[in-house]
Design a binder for this molecule. Structure first.
Ligand code: AHR
Length: 318
């Protein structure tokens, strides 16, 4: 009798195991990262990996090495693996409609992080969490306007190091900056080229700007700190003082930029927060649970001029 009850209990437990497993199964998140092109990107990746671990989310992570085709492959593989949610930081803005339609047809919700996409049907993604890049460009422009106002008669020739061609931060940071300086005859962009968001390319392009110096260069506007740091090297190798002979405005607010500001080689960095991991995990959980979420979640950020670098450096988290 006792044996029969025990058998029945065991049988019932075994039958309910799949149901239990389904309830307790961790959320599976497929994430396609742009690459490892900058200090910012490394901090972003570290934040996502740490937050997934902390939240008990099973993270499938792929580094696309700045190539859209690698991201498309990764997304297709996440669809094939039937993950619960797909998130990705798109290297460029366009060309996502087909693969996102495939994810939608498979019933897998997609979250964009850091960079936005241009798609005909906005329902192809559920939410976007990231910075306002246009506003970052405006902030960089406003800092320069204030500086120009302090040097009344001088006109300032600007060279611009753009980010990856076709990427949201490159397009938007250019747009925001130009919007603010437009109409000020003292401020002129004399050269503009992509430095692909990397130190090596930032240095290479700055070298070319300096060689072709038909006009005096007064200001460098770099779409990220890594390119600014590469350019600082080029400026020093050309026998000039970065931050003094050429004022440098950049974006991200990574530790390397604060060190450069402390050393007087960079004048200002506009913050772009890469620590999106914890918010992404919460968002992925909400999306998987079919809770209503905001279509656009922006992050709060500041502007840090060289004057505050020494005080702020110990507080920096990336
Ligand atoms: O998309 C964010 C940008 O990408 C960061 O500003 C840059 O450093 C990174 O590579």
């Amino acid at each position: 009798m006792k044996f029969r009850i025990a058998r029945r209990t065991l049988l019932a437990a075994a039958l309910s195991l799949p149901a239990l497993a389904a309830v307790a199964a961790p959320l599976v998140l497929g994430f396609s990262q742009v690459g490892a092109e900058s200090e910012w990107r490394s901090a972003n990746t570290a934040s996502i990996k740490a937050a997934a671990k902390e939240a008990g989310v099973t993270l499938k992570f792929a580094d696309a090495q700045q190539k859209q085709e690698n991201q498309v492959k990764a997304i297709r593989s996440y669809i094939a693996q039937k993950v619960d949610v797909i998130a990705f930081s798109p290297v460029v803005e366009s060309g996502w409609d087909t693969v996102l339609k495939e994810a939608k047809a498979a019933g897998i919700p997609v979250i964009l992080t850091d960079r936005a996409v241009k798609v005909a049907d906005p329902s192809l993604y559920v939410s976007f969490i990231g910075s306002d890049f246009v506003e970052e460009g405006r902030r960089a422009g406003r800092w320069l306007l204030e500086r120009a106002a302090k040097t009344p008669n001088a006109s300032l020739n600007i060279v611009e190091l753009q980010g990856t061609v076709g990427s949201a931060p490159a397009l938007d940071r250019k747009k925001g900056f130009e919007e603010v300086i437009k109409g000020n005859p003292k401020l002129q962009i004399i050269r503009s080229q992509s430095g692909e968001f990397t130190r090596a390319k930032g240095k290479e392009v700055m070298e070319a700007f300096l060689k072709a110096r038909d006009k005096k260069i007064d200001v460098l506007y770099a779409h990220n700190d890594d390119m600014a740091i590469g350019a600082i090297q080029a400026i020093e190798e050309a026998g000039l003082k970065p931050g003094v002979d050429i004022a440098i405005v950049s974006i991200d607010g990574v530790r390397g930029a604060f060190e450069a500001m402390k050393a007087g080689k960079l004048n200002v960095t506009v913050e772009c927060n890469p620590l999106l991991g914890p918010q992404l995990m919460q968002l992925a959980r909400d999306v998987a649970a079919k809770k209503p979420v905001e279509k656009r979640i922006t992050v709060n950020e500041g502007v840090f001029p060289a004057e505050v670098a020494a005080k702020e450096l110990p507080n920096r988290k990336y």
